[in-house]
Design a protein around this ligand. Sequence first.
Ligand code: FES
Length: 153
Amino acid sequence: EGVSTISLKVNGAVRAIRAEPRVTLLDALREYLDLTGSKKGCDHGQCGACTVLVDGKRVNSCLTLAVMTQGKEITTIEGLAKGEELHPMQAAFLKHDGFQCGYCTPGQIMSAVACVQEGHAGSADEVREWMSGNLCRCSAYPNITAAILEAKT
Ligand code: FES
């Protein structure tokens, strides 16, 4: 009862799941589609570890109902690389050591991609402001900022 088909276009492929309408996009990705790159840090919109893009805009997938994203383009960390070739933002994070434990990194990178795409990477201050919703317990912030500033070019 209460279970219906939810059709999601994730990283270019349409996939259908059977779930209750209250299932979050984060749980749909992780538990139904086995895309575990997006992390569940707080599940309350406060850490950014679950950040994905929906029609190019970043969202906290823990606060987004999967049903609301039907018909939209969802991009997760798994969808960034092209085969063996890393997305420029992934390469920049590697080059600048933009992570330590790595738990927050998928969300950081998705936010960072949106930062550049939406034109918020004009200065270190601007980047820090845009990225302020993505928490990093290891405090890799200076390296993350450096990576984004490089990747925007
Ligand atoms: Fe979504 Fe923390 S898990 S913001």
